[in-house]
Write a protein that binds this ligand. Structure first.
Ligand SMILES: *Cc1c(COP(=O)(O)O)cnc(C)c1O
Length: 389
C-alpha cells in the first residue's frame, strides 16, 4: 500500500511503522500498529462479539478509576467536546448553576457550552500558568448557596498545567455540591481514584492517554448521581441518562456505534493494562516529558511552567525572540524530519507546544530533540531565549 500521508522527506527522517510522522500533539496522536489493525473488522451493532467488546470497554474504564460497584461508564459517539457537553447538559438541571474553574481554553469552552445550553454559569479564572485556587473556591461556595455544580479541568491542555483536582473535589463535597471533571487529556496517565476524589462525573476520550483512535468519548458517573438526571438533558443525542438506560437494557448503542473505533479502543485498553495501567503509562510519559524538557532547555528554550505545575502530557515552550526563528519554518522542518508539533494556544505569551503522549518513548523523544537541533542550525537560529518579559 502506498502512504497517502505525504511522507516526511529529510535525510535524517524517522518514521512510524506505517510510514507516518510521529505526532507530538495532544490528540489525535500516534497509535500502535496493533491498535490500528484491531479496526480491520466489520460488525453489525447487534453482533454478540461486538456487544461483549462494549461491555469489556465499559468495565475496564470503570476499573481505571476504581469505581467498581459505585460508578458506571456511559460511552458516547463523537470527539471529547461532545461528551463534555453531554456531561454538563445531563448532570446540571435546567435550574442549576455551575461554577466553572478556568485557566485555559478548555475551561473557557465549558463556560461557552453552559451559555449555549442556557445553564446559569459563574466563572472563577486564574491566569494560564496558575492552577485553580482551592481557597477562592471555598469562599465562592460559602458565599453563593445557589451554585449546584463545580466543573474543573484535570490537566488544562492549553498550557499543560495540572490542577489540584482532589483538593477542589473535597472542598466541593464539603459544601454539599456536585463536582464534574474534564479529565480528557490526562485520563489513564494521571491518577484519579473515585474512592478518594468525590465526583459525580468525569469525562475523557479514546484518543489521548488511552492511545486509541478518535471517535468516542465516555463519562464515568457515580450511579446514585446519574439516577437523578432523568429529564435534565437539553439534547436528545447528548442525553447520558438515556444513553445509559438504553445500553443497560439492550447492550447496544442508541444510535450507530463507531464500531472500528471501539475495536481499537478495546485493544488499546488491553495494552494500557499490560503496561501497568495508570502507573505504567504515567511513568513512560513522565520520562518522555523529562527527556523533552531537559533536551529543549539544553538547546536554550524556556518552558512556561515550573516542574511542580507541569503535567507529563504536553509542554509549552516560549517562542524564541531570534528573528531567524519563524514558527512556520520550524513546524515544517520538523514535519519533514518526521515529527509533528503543535502551535501555542496561550493568550498571555507567544508559544508552541510539544506533546509527550501517544505511542512514543525515549527513542522518539531523543529523535525529536536531534531533529530540533539539526533544524535550528539550518535556520541559523543563534538563541532560543524568549523576548524579555
Ligand atoms: C482534547 C480535549 C478536549 C476535547 O477536545 P476534542 O477536540 O473535542 O476531542 C476537552 N478537554 C480537554 C482538556 C482536552 O485536552
Amino acid at each position: 500500500m502506498t502512504n497517502p500521508n505525504s511522507p516526511p522527506d529529510h535525510p535524517q527522517v524517522s518514521l512510524s511503522p506505517t510510514g507516518d510522522p510521529w505526532l507530538l500533539t495532544p490528540g489525535p496522536l500516534t497509535t500502535s500498529l496493533e491498535v490500528k489493525q484491531a479496526a480491520l473488522h466489520d460488525y453489525g451493532s447487534r453482533d454478540s462479539h461486538f456487544i461483549a467488546v462494549n461491555r469489556r470497554i465499559r468495565e475496564n474504564l470503570v476499573n481505571i478509576v476504581h469505581g467498581q460497584g459505585s460508578h458506571v461508564c456511559i460511552p458516547l459517539q463523537g470527539s471529547g467536546t461532545f461528551v463534555v457537553e453531554a456531561m454538563l447538559g445531563s448532570f446540571v438541571p435546567k435550574d442549576g448553576k455551575v461554577l466553572v474553574l478556568v485557566n485555559g481554553a478548555y475551561g473557557t469552552r465549558m463556560v461557552k457550552i453552559c451559555r449555549v445550553m442556557g445553564r446559569e454559569v459563574e466563572v472563577q479564572e486564574t491566569p494560564e500558568d496558575v492552577p485553580n485556587d482551592p481557597e477562592t473556591l471555598d469562599q465562592a461556595l460559602a458565599g453563593d448557596p445557589g451554585i449546584t455544580h463545580v466543573a474543573a479541568v484535570l490537566c488544562e491542555t492549553t498550557s499543560g498545567i495540572l490542577n489540584p483536582i482532589a483538593e477542589l473535589a473535597r472542598i466541593t463535597a464539603r459544601h454539599g455540591r456536585a463536582f464534574l471533571i474534564d479529565a480528557m487529556s490526562a485520563f489513564g496517565a494521571v491518577p484519579l481514584d473515585a474512592r478518594e476524589v468525590p465526583f459525580d462525573a468525569v469525562v475523557a476520550s479514546s484518543n489521548k492517554c488511552l492511545e486509541a483512535t478518535p471517535g468516542v468519548g465516555f463519562c464515568l458517573a457515580r450511579s446514585e448521581a446519574l439516577a437523578k438526571t432523568e429529564g435534565n438533558a437539553h439534547s436528545l443525542s447528548l442525553d447520558l441518562y438515556d444513553q445509559y438506560v438504553f445500553m443497560e437494557g439492550s447492550g447496544q448503542w442508541r444510535f450507530t456505534p463507531p464500531v472500528q473505533t471501539l475495536l481499537s479502543f478495546d485493544r488499546a485498553l488491553q495494552d494500557h493494562a499490560a503496561e501497568g495501567g495508570v502507573a505504567g503509562r504515567g511513568s513512560r510519559y513522565r520520562r518522555n516529558c523529562q527527556i523533552l524538557v531537559d533536551g529543549m532547555r539544553r538547546l536554550g528554550f524556556q518552558t512556561l511552567l515550573p516542574a511542580e505545575l507541569q503535567a507529563p502530557i504536553i509542554v509549552t515552550f516560549h517562542m524564541p525572540a531570534d528573528p531567524h526563528f519563524r514558527f512556520e519554518d520550524f513546524y515544517d522542518g520538523l514535519r519533514r524530519r518526521g515529527y509533528v508539533i503543535y502551535p501555542g494556544k496561550l493568550t498571555v505569551a507567544e508559544s508552541f507546544r510539544i506533546g509527550c503522549i501517544g505511542r512514543l518513548g525515549e527513542e522518539q523523544m531523543r529523535g525529536a530533540l536531534a531533529a530540533v537541533e539539526d533544524l535550528l542550525s539550518d535556520m541559523a537560529v543563534e538563541s532560543c531565549a524568549p523576548a524579555a518579559a
